[in-house]
Design a protein around this ligand. Sequence first.
Ligand code: PLP
Length: 474
Amino acid sequence: MSGSSAADASALRRLPAVDQVLKCSPALLGAERHGRAAVTEAVRAALEAARAALRAGAPAPADAEGIAAAALAALEAEARPSLRPVFNLTGTVLHTNLGRAVLAEEAIAAATAAMRSAVALEFDLETGKRGERDDHVRDLLCRLTGAQDATVVNNNAAAVLLVLNTLAAGKDSIVSRGELIEIGGAFRMPDIMARAGTRLVEVGTTNRTHPKDYLGAITPETGLLVKVHTSNYRIEGFTAEVSPRDLAALAHEAKVPLFHDLGSGTLADLAAYGLIHEPTVRETVAEGADIVTFSGDKLLGGPQAGFIVGRRDLIAAINRNPMKRALRVDKIRLAALEATLKLYADPDRLAARLPTLRLLTRGAADLAALAQRMAPVLAARLGKAFAVELRACKSQIGSGALPLETLASTALALVPADGSGRRLAMLADALRRLPVPIIGRVEDQALLLDLRCLEDEAGFAAGLAHLELSDGTV
Ligand SMILES: *Cc1c(COP(=O)(O)O)cnc(C)c1O
């Protein structure tokens, strides 16, 4: 004990001066990359950390080169973006926690151009007068949905809030008890209604709601009939709901607008691409809904946004609501949205150009061949510590769209040779620490890497070179 403290005391005395550390090559590199002020501060912090460690009897670098290396490592770690690209191999294509839709190249190019320059955001180039930011997507949205008018806000939650506040504040909004949904991230329909200042009037029961339930609730105080697409769950068995068409007829008879929150909503008929049919926005408008809301970054495959389409007079009222200003989108997203919407004009090439659709429709043979190519790469890197097996699995669409639908896919299953759960957790951890983290999912004592969303094979393979398990087995 006393021997080691004596050694520590001498190490403490021998700690280099700041100036000395700054002359070492890691510090020079650090200054070049991050500036002199930052590197000086990092060296001071590294010296302070070494001093504290040595005083506590813990090992620490004590020479100038070692301190400089520690300072550089700290600078590099700090400089790394917090919001970083990852490989989404979870099997959930629209993963809310991983940023939902990956954008099309056309959208990326448009957003980049808008970032780099002034744009005619609210400026009419024909007349030289003031324009409206909605003008850039209004016609496109009307054409794609058959609606009379359209506007766009920050996300679909904002769209719902704005619709309810504009059309039903101080009045009743009638909703079936089977549709009072909660979406992840604390979006609950009853809470949003309260915040929008409308009175929620629940009708029917959880599993069955009939036309007479709505009819019995309509009074002069009614502002809206609300239909919510139960996007993230399904009620099955002894059920009844009023179809959107019948509900529209009933609403119009009572001279009350029908608001349909579609959630994901799609502009393309997914059945045409071999997927399950999900109600399109066009169908929902045609069924008689007066206002329809849907997300930009779910099945539509664009940036985060909330669309509101429907009757011209109602959209005009929504645009007059001062809340609209607080919920509007910026030029970058608007540029990406316009470019994304334009892709829908060419359905033949949509699945090739729109990543969301491309990933959802990726064929079994394609995925199996990809797995064959990637398995040896992983096996070579993991050595004897893990077996790499090809495994059939199911991907999900995600973001609440078509919750019960799964897509046949192929995963690489990484199975610890010793069957240890600790080793498995260590591997998941090491994959998350890669320069481009790889995110999989644990299932049946294996780490599954669902390959559906893997497009950058070379980047994936190159990244594995940095893989290091904390127990040194890889
Ligand atoms: C996802 C969803 C929302 C919220 O949309 P965001 O774009 O995530 O804000 C609202 N309603 C339904 C039915 C949804 O599925």
